[in-house]
Design a protein around this ligand. Structure first.
Ligand code: MN
Length: 288
């Protein structure tokens, strides 16, 4: 199933080119009292919500996908976990271009670990990316986003996918430069997630998906998750060796080669096989 959040936080079931408004299914989420359990309540109670969605489907009001404003399908992740240097061809291009690597030693993901993007950076495709600093180089990075479904500690390769609710497309917008990644990649709007949550059952093998990104119609990135250094199983195992993952936590799994600068007004089009596709616009002015 493809579950989206749209307009003023309505819940949608995507069928072809239409969105079925199944917002009343959110009533399946139990009310919460402080302190709230860490994680996204929709994802934490997804099974119950989807049961309601199925019951509502036949009579649900329908809208054209093009007529709704898509937000990030996950509203409240506790973390956006990111894999750096996770495709060899991206490591090679970063070694060849000092404007990408900035003197950092680019060996293996094991030397770097993972990093976090601020959750306040999160937007959906129906919103705009607003670039910081006209004097800085801002790049696109298309990545498979793994949506964690339930609390997960010390996962193993064998059980890693049991903790996955589904997948989305992550756009890890990046200011190039010498600062820490958590600074350069956490500006407001620099984490785009969408167009919807594609549930795990629709993606038999997340380690074999073509992913592409085009800027103003020109393809810049075109690869497959089969080329990841750490595959999805290993990323979950690795992340949970250090921290607990909660429902709705996102893992942006790293970007392939072809990263490059973007400018105000650009239109980014991203697609991941079986997961979905979306366009997102870069605002016509800088955030300052
Ligand atoms: Mn990235």
């Amino acid at each position: 199933m493809r579950i989206c959040r749209f307009d003023d936080d309505r819940l949608g079931l995507v069928r072809g080119e239409e969105v079925l408004d199944v917002t009343p299914a959110l009533e399946a989420i139990p009310p919460q009292r402080w302190p709230i359990a860490p994680g996204d309540p929709l994802i934490a109670h997804l099974d119950r919500v989807l049961e309601r969605v199925r019951a509502l489907e036949a009579a649900a009001p329908r809208r054209a996908l093009t007529a709704v404003r898509l937000k990030s399908p996950v509203a409240n992740p506790t973390k956006i976990v990111n894999a750096p240097i996770n495709y060899q061809a991206h490591i090679d291009e970063a070694k060849a271009d000092p404007k990408l690597g900035h003197g950092r030693k680019l060996n293996h993901i094991t030397d770097w670990g993972l990093f976090l993007k601020a959750t306040s950076a999160l937007i959906g495709p129906g919103e705009e990316i607003r670039l910081r600093g006209a004097e800085r180089r801002n790049d696109h990075e298309v990545e498979l986003a793994v949506v964690i479904g339930r609390e997960c500690r010390k996962a193993t390769r064998a059980n890693a996918l049991d903790f996955v609710a589904g997948y989305a497309i992550g756009l890890d917008m990046t200011i190039r430069g010498p600062e820490m990644p958590s600074w350069r990649k956490s500006a407001d709007t620099y984490a785009v997630c969408g167009p919807w949550l594609t549930t795990r059952d629709e993606v038999p093998d997340p380690n074999r998906l073509r992913l592409t990104l085009a800027v103003n119609g020109e393809t810049r990135q075109d690869s497959t998750t089969a080329r990841m250094v750490y595959d999805v199983h290993r990323l979950i195992e690795y992340a949970t060796s250090m921290y607990t993952l909660h429902p709705g936590d996102l893992i942006f799994s790293g970007t392939p080669e072809g990263v490059g600068p973007v400018a105000p007004g650009d239109l980014l089009s991203v697609e991941i096989e079986r997961v979905g596709r979306f366009d997102v616009r870069i605002a016509s002015d800088y955030a300052g």
